[in-house]
Design a protein. Structure first.
Length: 276
């Protein structure tokens, strides 16, 4: 479970919370998962989720009440608040890469959230200003330190306010900023003996999780982000059930394979063929 700024996030498969190492969460390929968000703050929180670089909630902000939790198990598409497809994690195989390509956000679950804005109480504050007096000495005789008298000029002062802040830092001319170079090593996962952990999230089975509209409330301008990295294992998942016969042969939206008319899931990658 990851925790940041009074928001806890974890993934669940089969009703059980998955453990993560740093930001990596391991789950079997072909499994359907849900995202559990728990608000530990005393104010409401708005959150939206993107998976594999795509908005999973269609721009909809989900409201989590104080000290309450929300378990999101499906996509929100076409404004459908009554039902949708569950999140299903599958292996990113060579045919899938040829059909859709490889994206930099593959396997990433990004949770962006912002807290409810609470008007701070008005406190009368008095800003104390310190006046530092400076005197210039005007010596009438040219010899030092043998001066018989000194004459004072009119005093002047500078204002050092307590609310003074420091501006942006700049690199000095004597110490230019150095550009750091990073070497990139390309690893061919298909040709090596290392098991393929790369996966993507696709539409799964139908879910009847329902949502309802709520009233708008002001939030803080700054948003926070939590990112989880999903990696897969080749454990066997539950068998896929057959669907009712349809008239046309459905084409998979992930790997573009033309499936049988009786299939509900793609026979190659397991993506749901009926998108809600």
């Amino acid at each position: 479970m990851m925790y940041k700024k009074n928001l806890a996030v974890c993934l669940k498969v089969g009703g059980k919370v998955l453990q993560e190492q740093s930001d990596r969460v391991t789950l079997p390929f072909g499994s359907e998962y849900s995202i559990l968000l728990k608000n530990l703050d005393s104010v409401r929180v708005q959150a939206k989720i993107s998976i594999d670089g795509k908005d999973a909630t269609e721009g909809t902000w989900l409201v989590i009440e104080p000290n309450r939790s929300l378990e999101l198990e499906r996509f929100i598409r076409n404004g459908n608040l009554d039902k949708g497809n569950r999140f299903k994690f599958i292996e990113r195989t060579k045919p899938i890469e040829d059909a859709r390509g490889v994206q930099i956000d593959d396997g990433l679950v990004r949770i962006e959230y912002k807290k409810e804005y609470v008007t701070p109480p008005v406190i009368n504050q008095t800003v104390h200003t310190n006046y530092v007096y400076h005197y210039d000495w005007d010596y009438t005789w040219p010899y030092y330190p043998y001066r018989p008298w000194r004459r004072w000029n009119e005093p002047y002062y500078t204002c050092n306010s307590a609310s003074q802040t420091r501006g942006p830092l700049r690199a000095s001319a004597g110490s230019p900023m150095r550009a750091m170079k990073a070497s990139v090593h390309n690893v061919n996962m298909q040709s090596s003996n290392i098991p393929n952990e790369a996966g993507i999230t696709v539409p799964g089975s139908e879910s009847d999780q329902k949502f309802q509209n709520t009233s708008w409330f002001a939030t803080e301008s700054q948003t926070e982000v939590i990112v989880l990295h999903l990696v897969g294992t080749n454990e066997k998942s539950q068998p896929v059930k057959k669907a009712i016969t349809v008239d046309s042969k459905p084409t998979c939206s992930t790997c573009h394979k033309v499936n049988k008319a009786t299939d509900k899931f793609c026979s190659r990658c397991g993506t749901a063929l009926e998108l809600i």
